[in-house]
Ligand binder design. Structure first.
Ligand code: TRP
Length: 326
Protein backbone atom coordinates (compact mmCIF):
# COMPACT_ATOMS: atom_id res chain seq x y z
CA UNK A 1 0.00 0.00 0.00
CA UNK A 2 1.20 3.47 -0.73
CA UNK A 3 -0.19 6.98 -0.97
CA UNK A 4 0.58 9.66 -3.50
CA UNK A 5 -0.02 13.33 -2.70
CA UNK A 6 -1.94 15.13 -5.47
CA UNK A 7 0.47 18.04 -5.75
CA UNK A 8 2.54 19.13 -8.71
CA UNK A 9 3.64 17.33 -11.81
CA UNK A 10 5.56 14.06 -11.89
CA UNK A 11 9.18 14.20 -13.01
CA UNK A 12 11.80 11.73 -14.14
CA UNK A 13 12.91 11.17 -10.53
CA UNK A 14 9.41 10.09 -9.53
CA UNK A 15 9.27 7.82 -12.56
CA UNK A 16 12.51 5.92 -11.92
CA UNK A 17 12.18 6.16 -8.13
CA UNK A 18 8.67 5.53 -6.90
CA UNK A 19 6.53 4.60 -9.88
CA UNK A 20 8.76 1.97 -11.46
CA UNK A 21 8.76 0.30 -8.03
CA UNK A 22 4.91 0.35 -7.96
CA UNK A 23 4.71 -1.02 -11.48
CA UNK A 24 6.92 -3.93 -10.51
CA UNK A 25 5.04 -4.55 -7.28
CA UNK A 26 1.72 -4.87 -9.08
CA UNK A 27 2.99 -8.12 -10.62
CA UNK A 28 4.10 -9.62 -7.30
CA UNK A 29 1.60 -8.39 -4.68
CA UNK A 30 -1.99 -7.48 -4.01
CA UNK A 31 -1.56 -3.70 -4.17
CA UNK A 32 -3.45 -0.63 -2.97
CA UNK A 33 -2.33 2.72 -4.36
CA UNK A 34 -4.13 5.78 -3.10
CA UNK A 35 -4.34 9.42 -4.06
CA UNK A 36 -3.97 11.21 -0.71
CA UNK A 37 -6.50 13.98 -1.35
CA UNK A 38 -7.52 14.26 2.32
CA UNK A 39 -3.95 14.69 3.45
CA UNK A 40 -3.63 17.70 1.17
CA UNK A 41 -6.38 19.45 3.18
CA UNK A 42 -4.02 19.70 6.15
CA UNK A 43 -1.95 22.27 4.28
CA UNK A 44 -4.16 23.29 1.32
CA UNK A 45 -7.71 24.00 2.60
CA UNK A 46 -8.64 25.63 -0.72
CA UNK A 47 -10.04 22.81 -2.84
CA UNK A 48 -10.49 24.71 -6.11
CA UNK A 49 -7.63 22.89 -7.86
CA UNK A 50 -8.11 19.53 -6.15
CA UNK A 51 -10.17 17.81 -8.84
CA UNK A 52 -7.72 18.67 -11.62
CA UNK A 53 -4.79 17.61 -9.44
CA UNK A 54 -6.39 14.28 -8.56
CA UNK A 55 -7.12 13.62 -12.24
CA UNK A 56 -3.54 14.44 -13.16
CA UNK A 57 -2.05 12.11 -10.55
CA UNK A 58 -4.28 9.30 -11.74
CA UNK A 59 -3.48 9.91 -15.41
CA UNK A 60 0.28 10.27 -14.89
CA UNK A 61 0.62 7.11 -12.84
CA UNK A 62 -1.47 5.09 -15.28
CA UNK A 63 0.51 6.44 -18.25
CA UNK A 64 3.66 5.27 -16.44
CA UNK A 65 2.33 1.73 -16.24
CA UNK A 66 0.22 1.47 -13.11
CA UNK A 67 -2.68 -0.75 -14.13
CA UNK A 68 -6.07 -0.11 -12.44
CA UNK A 69 -7.11 -3.65 -13.42
CA UNK A 70 -4.20 -5.17 -11.51
CA UNK A 71 -4.21 -2.93 -8.43
CA UNK A 72 -6.73 -0.95 -6.40
CA UNK A 73 -6.01 2.62 -7.52
CA UNK A 74 -8.36 4.91 -5.60
CA UNK A 75 -8.93 8.24 -3.89
CA UNK A 76 -8.63 8.46 -0.12
CA UNK A 77 -11.86 10.46 0.16
CA UNK A 78 -13.83 7.67 -1.54
CA UNK A 79 -13.11 5.29 1.33
CA UNK A 80 -15.22 6.51 4.24
CA UNK A 81 -13.95 3.85 6.62
CA UNK A 82 -10.79 5.94 6.65
CA UNK A 83 -12.57 8.52 8.80
CA UNK A 84 -13.78 5.88 11.26
CA UNK A 85 -10.44 4.15 11.79
CA UNK A 86 -8.69 7.54 11.96
CA UNK A 87 -11.00 8.45 14.85
CA UNK A 88 -10.17 5.29 16.79
CA UNK A 89 -6.44 5.63 16.17
CA UNK A 90 -6.53 9.24 17.33
CA UNK A 91 -7.48 7.98 20.80
CA UNK A 92 -4.23 6.01 20.78
CA UNK A 93 -1.91 8.72 19.54
CA UNK A 94 -0.34 10.97 22.13
CA UNK A 95 0.08 14.70 21.73
CA UNK A 96 3.73 14.47 22.76
CA UNK A 97 4.77 11.94 20.13
CA UNK A 98 2.84 13.77 17.42
CA UNK A 99 4.46 17.09 18.27
CA UNK A 100 7.89 15.52 17.95
CA UNK A 101 7.35 14.50 14.31
CA UNK A 102 9.89 16.15 12.01
CA UNK A 103 7.41 16.98 9.24
CA UNK A 104 5.02 18.55 11.78
CA UNK A 105 7.72 20.80 13.20
CA UNK A 106 8.74 21.79 9.68
CA UNK A 107 5.18 22.66 8.68
CA UNK A 108 4.65 24.70 11.84
CA UNK A 109 7.78 26.64 11.02
CA UNK A 110 6.71 27.28 7.43
CA UNK A 111 3.10 28.08 8.17
CA UNK A 112 2.64 29.20 11.79
CA UNK A 113 -0.87 30.61 11.20
CA UNK A 114 -2.40 27.26 10.18
CA UNK A 115 -1.33 24.75 12.84
CA UNK A 116 -4.53 22.70 12.75
CA UNK A 117 -5.28 19.40 14.50
CA UNK A 118 -5.26 17.59 11.16
CA UNK A 119 -1.69 18.68 10.62
CA UNK A 120 -0.72 17.34 14.03
CA UNK A 121 -2.40 14.01 13.33
CA UNK A 122 -1.14 13.69 9.74
CA UNK A 123 0.84 10.54 10.73
CA UNK A 124 -2.33 9.05 12.25
CA UNK A 125 -4.17 9.48 8.97
CA UNK A 126 -1.28 7.94 7.07
CA UNK A 127 -1.19 4.99 9.50
CA UNK A 128 -4.93 4.62 8.91
CA UNK A 129 -4.45 4.44 5.12
CA UNK A 130 -1.98 1.62 5.55
CA UNK A 131 -3.52 -0.54 8.24
CA UNK A 132 -7.03 -0.13 6.82
CA UNK A 133 -5.95 -2.79 4.32
CA UNK A 134 -3.78 -4.61 6.85
CA UNK A 135 -0.89 -3.89 4.48
CA UNK A 136 2.51 -5.45 5.12
CA UNK A 137 4.70 -3.57 2.66
CA UNK A 138 4.78 0.14 2.04
CA UNK A 139 6.93 1.46 -0.82
CA UNK A 140 8.01 4.92 0.38
CA UNK A 141 11.05 7.14 0.21
CA UNK A 142 13.32 8.13 3.08
CA UNK A 143 11.25 11.22 3.88
CA UNK A 144 8.36 8.99 4.99
CA UNK A 145 10.31 6.65 7.24
CA UNK A 146 9.37 8.40 10.46
CA UNK A 147 5.69 8.35 9.51
CA UNK A 148 5.93 4.66 8.75
CA UNK A 149 7.56 3.99 12.09
CA UNK A 150 4.66 5.78 13.75
CA UNK A 151 2.25 3.60 11.76
CA UNK A 152 3.98 0.56 13.27
CA UNK A 153 3.65 2.09 16.73
CA UNK A 154 -0.09 2.71 16.31
CA UNK A 155 -0.71 -0.73 14.84
CA UNK A 156 1.15 -2.41 17.70
CA UNK A 157 -0.60 -0.25 20.27
CA UNK A 158 -3.98 -1.24 18.87
CA UNK A 159 -3.00 -4.92 18.88
CA UNK A 160 -1.87 -4.75 22.51
CA UNK A 161 -4.93 -2.92 23.69
CA UNK A 162 -7.65 -4.74 21.74
CA UNK A 163 -6.17 -7.89 20.20
CA UNK A 164 -4.22 -8.81 17.10
CA UNK A 165 -5.76 -7.27 14.01
CA UNK A 166 -2.88 -5.56 12.19
CA UNK A 167 0.42 -6.79 10.77
CA UNK A 168 3.43 -4.47 11.19
CA UNK A 169 3.82 -2.40 8.03
CA UNK A 170 7.39 -2.34 6.70
CA UNK A 171 9.11 -0.11 4.16
CA UNK A 172 9.63 -1.85 0.84
CA UNK A 173 11.60 -1.46 -2.35
CA UNK A 174 13.29 -3.82 -4.75
CA UNK A 175 16.71 -2.20 -4.73
CA UNK A 176 18.65 -1.58 -1.56
CA UNK A 177 18.10 2.11 -1.93
CA UNK A 178 15.78 3.89 -4.31
CA UNK A 179 17.35 5.11 -7.52
CA UNK A 180 18.10 8.80 -7.33
CA UNK A 181 17.83 10.72 -10.58
CA UNK A 182 20.31 13.62 -10.60
CA UNK A 183 19.19 17.09 -11.61
CA UNK A 184 20.57 18.74 -14.75
CA UNK A 185 22.54 21.43 -12.92
CA UNK A 186 24.78 18.99 -11.09
CA UNK A 187 23.23 19.93 -7.72
CA UNK A 188 21.30 17.19 -5.96
CA UNK A 189 18.44 15.28 -7.51
CA UNK A 190 15.35 16.17 -9.54
CA UNK A 191 12.71 17.70 -7.35
CA UNK A 192 9.17 19.05 -7.55
CA UNK A 193 9.91 22.15 -5.57
CA UNK A 194 13.49 23.20 -6.25
CA UNK A 195 15.13 24.22 -9.54
CA UNK A 196 12.43 23.53 -12.16
CA UNK A 197 14.79 24.13 -15.10
CA UNK A 198 17.04 21.33 -13.81
CA UNK A 199 14.15 18.86 -13.53
CA UNK A 200 12.52 17.04 -16.44
CA UNK A 201 8.76 16.71 -16.01
CA UNK A 202 6.65 14.11 -17.78
CA UNK A 203 4.50 17.04 -18.93
CA UNK A 204 7.37 19.01 -20.52
CA UNK A 205 7.03 19.73 -24.25
CA UNK A 206 9.66 18.38 -26.65
CA UNK A 207 11.21 21.83 -26.98
CA UNK A 208 11.28 22.33 -23.22
CA UNK A 209 13.05 18.98 -22.78
CA UNK A 210 15.64 19.95 -25.41
CA UNK A 211 16.13 23.36 -23.83
CA UNK A 212 16.67 21.91 -20.35
CA UNK A 213 19.06 19.19 -21.51
CA UNK A 214 21.12 21.60 -23.62
CA UNK A 215 21.54 23.84 -20.56
CA UNK A 216 22.99 21.01 -18.45
CA UNK A 217 26.32 21.88 -16.90
CA UNK A 218 29.47 20.62 -18.73
CA UNK A 219 33.03 21.89 -19.20
CA UNK A 220 35.71 21.89 -21.89
CA UNK A 221 36.29 18.14 -21.53
CA UNK A 222 38.95 15.92 -19.99
CA UNK A 223 42.62 16.57 -20.78
CA UNK A 224 43.96 13.23 -19.57
CA UNK A 225 42.95 9.80 -20.83
CA UNK A 226 40.68 7.70 -18.59
CA UNK A 227 40.30 10.55 -16.11
CA UNK A 228 37.64 10.29 -13.40
CA UNK A 229 34.49 12.24 -14.25
CA UNK A 230 33.46 15.32 -12.28
CA UNK A 231 30.07 14.89 -10.54
CA UNK A 232 28.08 16.94 -13.05
CA UNK A 233 29.47 14.87 -15.96
CA UNK A 234 28.87 11.62 -14.08
CA UNK A 235 25.27 12.78 -13.63
CA UNK A 236 24.79 13.33 -17.36
CA UNK A 237 26.05 9.81 -18.03
CA UNK A 238 23.66 8.52 -15.39
CA UNK A 239 20.77 10.21 -17.18
CA UNK A 240 21.94 8.74 -20.50
CA UNK A 241 21.93 5.26 -19.01
CA UNK A 242 18.26 5.70 -18.13
CA UNK A 243 17.02 6.54 -21.61
CA UNK A 244 19.73 5.96 -24.26
CA UNK A 245 20.63 2.63 -25.93
CA UNK A 246 23.71 0.96 -24.40
CA UNK A 247 25.76 1.49 -27.60
CA UNK A 248 25.18 5.23 -27.43
CA UNK A 249 26.35 5.38 -23.83
CA UNK A 250 29.34 3.18 -24.69
CA UNK A 251 30.36 5.40 -27.59
CA UNK A 252 30.38 8.53 -25.41
CA UNK A 253 32.18 6.69 -22.59
CA UNK A 254 34.93 5.82 -25.10
CA UNK A 255 35.04 9.38 -26.41
CA UNK A 256 35.39 10.63 -22.85
CA UNK A 257 38.17 8.21 -22.02
CA UNK A 258 40.01 9.16 -25.23
CA UNK A 259 39.57 12.90 -24.61
CA UNK A 260 37.63 13.40 -27.84
CA UNK A 261 34.21 13.87 -26.31
CA UNK A 262 32.01 16.67 -27.66
CA UNK A 263 29.50 17.59 -24.99
CA UNK A 264 27.34 19.47 -27.49
CA UNK A 265 26.81 16.24 -29.45
CA UNK A 266 26.27 14.25 -26.29
CA UNK A 267 23.58 16.62 -25.07
CA UNK A 268 21.86 16.66 -28.46
CA UNK A 269 21.73 12.88 -28.40
CA UNK A 270 20.53 12.80 -24.79
CA UNK A 271 17.87 15.41 -25.58
CA UNK A 272 16.50 13.34 -28.48
CA UNK A 273 16.43 10.14 -26.45
CA UNK A 274 14.73 11.99 -23.59
CA UNK A 275 12.11 13.32 -25.99
CA UNK A 276 11.56 9.80 -27.31
CA UNK A 277 11.13 8.55 -23.76
CA UNK A 278 8.89 11.30 -22.38
CA UNK A 279 6.73 12.27 -25.40
CA UNK A 280 4.69 9.01 -25.55
CA UNK A 281 4.02 9.18 -21.79
CA UNK A 282 2.95 12.81 -22.10
CA UNK A 283 0.52 12.11 -24.91
CA UNK A 284 -0.95 9.19 -23.02
CA UNK A 285 -1.49 11.41 -19.97
CA UNK A 286 -3.32 13.89 -22.21
CA UNK A 287 -5.48 11.16 -23.71
CA UNK A 288 -6.45 9.84 -20.26
CA UNK A 289 -7.26 13.36 -19.03
CA UNK A 290 -9.50 13.97 -22.07
CA UNK A 291 -11.61 10.93 -21.20
CA UNK A 292 -13.54 12.09 -18.11
CA UNK A 293 -15.89 9.12 -18.21
CA UNK A 294 -12.94 6.73 -18.32
CA UNK A 295 -11.38 8.47 -15.31
CA UNK A 296 -14.64 8.19 -13.42
CA UNK A 297 -14.82 4.46 -14.12
CA UNK A 298 -11.23 4.01 -12.94
CA UNK A 299 -11.97 5.82 -9.68
CA UNK A 300 -15.20 3.85 -9.13
CA UNK A 301 -13.45 0.55 -9.70
CA UNK A 302 -10.62 1.52 -7.34
CA UNK A 303 -13.03 2.71 -4.66
CA UNK A 304 -14.98 -0.53 -4.89
CA UNK A 305 -11.86 -2.65 -4.30
CA UNK A 306 -10.65 -0.41 -1.47
CA UNK A 307 -14.10 -0.32 0.15
CA UNK A 308 -14.33 -4.11 0.17
CA UNK A 309 -10.95 -4.48 1.82
CA UNK A 310 -11.60 -1.64 4.30
CA UNK A 311 -15.00 -3.09 5.19
CA UNK A 312 -13.45 -6.43 6.11
CA UNK A 313 -10.83 -4.79 8.31
CA UNK A 314 -13.37 -2.55 10.06
CA UNK A 315 -15.49 -5.53 10.97
CA UNK A 316 -12.46 -7.02 12.75
CA UNK A 317 -11.66 -3.67 14.35
CA UNK A 318 -15.15 -3.14 15.76
CA UNK A 319 -15.25 -6.68 17.10
CA UNK A 320 -11.81 -6.38 18.69
CA UNK A 321 -12.77 -3.06 20.29
CA UNK A 322 -16.07 -4.40 21.60
CA UNK A 323 -18.11 -2.03 19.46
CA UNK A 324 -20.31 -4.82 18.14
CA UNK A 325 -23.43 -4.39 20.30
CA UNK A 326 -25.74 -6.57 18.28
N1 TRP B 1 2.57 11.09 3.44
C1 TRP B 1 2.87 10.59 2.14
C2 TRP B 1 3.70 11.63 1.37
O1 TRP B 1 3.76 12.75 1.77
C3 TRP B 1 1.62 10.26 1.35
C4 TRP B 1 0.81 9.18 1.99
C5 TRP B 1 -0.45 9.32 2.50
C6 TRP B 1 1.18 7.82 2.16
N2 TRP B 1 -0.90 8.12 2.98
C7 TRP B 1 0.09 7.17 2.78
C8 TRP B 1 2.33 7.08 1.83
C9 TRP B 1 0.12 5.82 3.10
C10 TRP B 1 2.37 5.74 2.14
C11 TRP B 1 1.28 5.11 2.78
O2 TRP B 1 4.27 11.33 0.35
Amino acid sequence: MSGIRPTGFLHLGNYFGAISNYVKMQEDFDCFFMVADLHSLTTHPDTAALKANVHRVLAENIACGLDPDKVAFYCQSHVHETAELYLYLNMMAYKGELEKTTTFKEKVRLNPENVNAGLLTYPVLMATDIILHRAKYVPVGKDQEQHLEMARTFANRFNHRYGDVFPEPLAFNYNQSLLKVPSLDGEGKMSKSENQMATLYLADSDDMIRKKVMKAKTDSGPTEKNAPKPDYIENIFLLMKLVCPAETVGKFEDDYNNCVIRYGDLKKQLAEDMVNFIAPIRSQVDAILQDEEGLKQIMLKGAEKANTSAGETMKLVREAMGLNYF
